[in-house]
Design a binder for this molecule. Structure first.
Ligand SMILES: [Zn+2]
Length: 341
């Protein structure tokens, strides 16, 4: 074995764990060490059907990550898998993923175990991402944490003292479907019900709310942005808000108000030590003025709605791991299982 590999090896703490994060567009595969440090990771387009060799390819990728560092598959103690729901975590079956018809009723846990020769821990993708943030990201300093992922939808994951709250039917922690509006004209959620957080604070929710108000703001910069060939997007709203647009700033503040209602529910039901916001729908995140305004507005609205002791200790911050949270967290959940076995 070359010397360079030996020195590489010493950078990582054995054993290693692999994480596979299946999404509608890509499958991300990564290997992390015992402290959650990433050895290597990559992704490939999600095949139409799981049976088209998706997990064999993931296993090959794993080996490719290990070899340059002088590791072999023997150094990998266990593998974690995250997929979108609905799923049956206990049986290890991906039941009815939206937009992935070729992946319905697939025994994904068993298939990945066969491809890798390792025991596989199966989780909801949002739960896996939450565990990643809890282990080595935005929640690493806390014993409990809720992750809300604002993207196309609103995902949720709650970790309590190292355990992911998955629930009896694998629908635990679905914060996106908490009811925040009970009025007669409450917005319809992607799930078909009304008044859910996702219908207001997902990228789609933000776009729909903006489109409805746009006629009242004829001088909004968004008018020019959409009249060109492109459709209204959450990123446009974010950019317009950065440029001082009145409507866009109103949308940022109202999104914070809606998000605060969702966080308030979780704060009173679970009372996690920290809330972490993931996903691309963050109005620029920590790096931008509007992102920070969105965060500050959210925090101040939650503070005014929760018990004083909760308000005093409230922590809400942006996530730190970005798109890597899923495979890191899946690997982390596999580590938890492996260590408690
Ligand atoms: Zn819903």
């Amino acid at each position: 074995m070359p010397d360079s590999n030996a020195s590489n090896q010493s950078d990582f703490q054995l054993p290693l764990y692999a994480g596979v994060d299946v999404g509608g567009t890509n499958i991300k595969v990564g290997v992390v060490d015992d402290l959650g440090k990433t050895v290597a990771h990559s992704k490939f387009p999600t095949p139409e059907k799981c049976s088209d060799g998706a997990f064999d390819r993931a296993a090959e990728m794993m080996d490719q990550f290990l070899e340059p560092h002088g590791f072999s598959r023997e150094d990998v103690a266990a593998v974690g898998l995250g997929t979108p729901g609905p799923l049956d975590m206990k049986k290890g079956i991906l039941t009815a993923p939206v937009n992935m018809p070729g992946w319905r009723n697939v025994p994904v846990r068993k298939m990945l175990a066969q491809s890798t020769g390792k025991s596989v821990t199966y989780a909801n993708d949002a739960g896996a991402a939450a565990f990643g943030e809890y282990w080595v990201g935005g929640g690493k300093d806390y014993d409990s944490m809720a992750l809300l992922t604002l993207g196309t939808g609103v995902g949720g994951g709650i970790i309590y003292q190292g355990m992911s709250i998955d629930g009896a039917q694998s629908f635990g922690s679905e914060v996106g479907h908490a009811t925040i509006d009970t009025s007669a004209n409450a917005r319809t959620c992607n799930c078909g019900n009304r008044g859910h957080l996702e219908a207001y604070t997902s990228a789609t929710g933000v776009v729909n709310r903006t489109a409805e108000l746009l006629p009242d703001y004829p001088s909004s910069k968004l008018m020019d942005m959409v009249s060109e060939t492109s459709a209204l997007s959450a990123l446009m709203v974010s950019n317009a808000a950065d440029a001082g647009d009145e409507l866009a700033i109103r949308i940022v503040d109202e999104t914070a108000e809606y998000l605060a209602r969702g966080i308030t529910i979780v704060a009173h039901v679970v009372n996690p030590a920290a809330f972490v916001l993931g996903g691309a729908m963050n109005f620029g995140g920590a790096e931008s003025k509007m992102g920070r305004r969105f965060l500050n507005e959210t925090v101040s609205k939650v503070r005014s709605a929760v018990f004083p002791d909760v308000a005093k200790n409230l922590v809400v911050d942006f996530a730190q791991l970005g798109g890597d949270a899923g495979f890191i967290g899946a690997a982390g959940l596999a580590r938890e299982n492996h260590r408690s076995a």
